[in-house]
Design a protein around this ligand. Structure first.
Ligand SMILES: NC(=O)c1ccc[n+]([C@@H]2O[C@H](COP(=O)([O-])OP(=O)(O)OC[C@H]3O[C@@H](n4cnc5c(N)ncnc54)[C@H](O)[C@@H]3O)[C@@H](O)[C@H]2O)c1
Ligand SMILES: O=C(O)C[C@H](O)C(=O)O
Length: 308
C-alpha cells in the first residue's frame, strides 16, 4: 500500500505520522510546494521509526509528482488554514485553485487511487474534485465527519463524566460551524441513549461545542488543529488499506440519498478497498432531516462560488 499526502504542513505531517505509527502502509510520500519542506518532514519522521517501532518508509518530494506514481490512496491537505475569527468558507478563493491543480497532477500519476480531500472548505473542495476530474464517485471522499464525530465523543464524555471508550456518536452534515448535525438523539453510553443521563441544556451544550470545535481550537492555537484531523484521516486510510468495511461519516457525492442531489456532504458511508463501498441511509427524525437539508443549502451556496 502506497499513500501520498500532499501538503506537508501541520495536518499533512500529522496524518503521515499516524499512518506510519499504525504500521499498515509500506510507503508514504509527502509532497509540498515549499522547497525541501516535505523532504525535511519525511526525514524527521523517519528518524522516529526506530523509536516508535514502525517500518513504513516515508519519503519527501518538492512538487515532483513522479514520486507519487501508482499510489493507492492520495490525501489532499494542501492549502491555507483559517485564522481566528475566519470561517472555513473564506478559504475558498485560494484553496480552490490549489485543490484543482493538485488533484489533477495526482490523478495523472495515480489514475486508480482513492482520493481523500481535507483542504477547506472541505465539502466544496470534494465537490470540486468530482467536477474537475473523471474519477468515479466512490473514489472521492471528503474527511470532516470522522473528525467532528471524535470531537462530539470528546464533548459527550466530558458532559457524562465518562471515559471516551464508553460513548458513541456521529456527526453528519456539512463540515462548517453552522452546518454540522451532531446526532445527539442517537448518541449512546454503552448502548444506552445519552438522553437518559443528560438534560436538554447539557445536550444543547454538547451539540454547540461540537459544532464550533474547529473554531475553538483555531482561537486557542492561532491556526487550525492538526492532531485530531491527522488521526481522523489515518483512520479513513486504514479502513481503505485493510478493506475494513468500517462506517464513517464522510463527504460523499449524493444523487438522491437523503433527498439531496448534486453536492458533497457528510453522511455515513462504508469504507473499504474501493473507497466508498456504500452510502448508508439511516432513519432521521424530522428535526434531523430539516437540519441536514439546511446544512445542504449552506454547502450549495459555497459550491456556487466555484468556477466549474
Ligand atoms: N477537513 C478537515 O477536517 C480539516 C482539518 C484540519 C485542517 N483542514 C484544512 O487542511 C488544510 C491544511 O491545513 P494545515 O494546518 O496543514 O495548513 P499548513 O499551512 O500547515 O499546511 C499546508 C501546506 O500546504 C502546502 N501547499 C500549499 N499549496 C500547495 C500546492 N499547490 N502543492 C503542494 N503543497 C502546497 C503549503 O506549503 C503548506 O506546507 C487547510 O485548508 C485547513 O483548513 C481541514
Ligand atoms: O477548523 C478548521 O478550520 C480546520 C478544520 O476544519 C477543523 O475542523 O479542525
Amino acid at each position: 500500500m502506497k499513500v501520498t499526502v500532499v501538503g506537508a504542513g501541520a495536518v499533512g505531517a500529522s496524518c503521515a505520522e499516524y499512518i506510519a505509527m499504525k504500521n499498515f502502509a509500506a510507503e508514504v510520500v509527502l509532497l509540498d510546494i515549499k522547497e525541501g519542506f516535505a523532504e525535511g518532514k519525511a526525514m524527521d519522521l523517519m528518524q522516529t521509526a526506530s523509536l516508535n517501532g514502525f517500518d513504513t518508509k516515508i519519503t519527501g518530494s518538492t512538487n515532483d509528482y513522479s514520486k507519487t506514481a501508482e499510489s493507492d490512496v492520495v490525501v489532499i491537505t494542501s492549502g491555507i488554514p483559517r485564522k481566528p475569527g475566519m470561517t472555513r468558507e473564506e478559504l475558498i478563493g485560494i484553496n480552490a485553485g490549489i485543490v484543482k491543480s493538485v488533484s489533477s497532477s495526482l490523478i495523472e500519476h495515480s489514475p486508480n487511487a482513492v482520493v481523500i480531500v481535507v483542504s477547506n472548505p472541505m465539502d466544496t473542495m470534494t465537490y470540486l474534485v468530482h467536477k474537475t476530474t473523471s474519477l468515479p464517485k466512490h473514489k472521492i471522499i471528503g474527511m470532516g465527519g470522522a473528525l467532528d464525530s471524535a470531537r462530539f465523543k470528546y464533548r459527550l464524555a466530558e458532559a457524562l463524566e465518562a471515559p471516551i471508550s464508553d460513548v458513541d456518536g456521529m456527526v453528519i452534515g456539512g463540515h462548517s460551524d453552522k452546518g454540522m448535525v451532531p446526532l445527539i438523539h442517537h448518541a449512546t453510553r454503552n448502548s444506552v441513549k445519552v438522553s437518559e443521563f443528560l438534560d436538554s441544556d447539557k445536550m444543547d451544550y454538547v451539540v454547540q461545542e461540537t459544532k464550533v470545535g474547529g473554531a475553538t481550537l483555531t482561537g486557542l492555537l492561532g491556526t487550525s488543529a492538526w492532531y485530531a484531523p491527522g488521526a481522523a484521516v489515518s483512520g479513513l486510510v486504514q479502513a481503505i488499506a485493510n478493506d475494513q468495511k468500517k462506517m464513517f461519516p464522510c463527504s460523499a457525492l449524493l444523487e438522491g440519498e437523503y433527498g439531496l442531489n448534486d453536492l458533497c456532504i457528510g453522511v455515513p458511508v462504508i469504507l473499504g478497498k474501493n473507497g466508498i463501498e456504500k452510502i448508508v441511509e439511516i432513519k432521521l427524525n424530522d428535526t434531523e432531516k430539516e437540519k441536514l437539508h439546511e446544512s445542504a443549502e449552506g454547502v450549495k451556496k459555497t459550491n456556487g462560488l466555484l468556477d466549474v
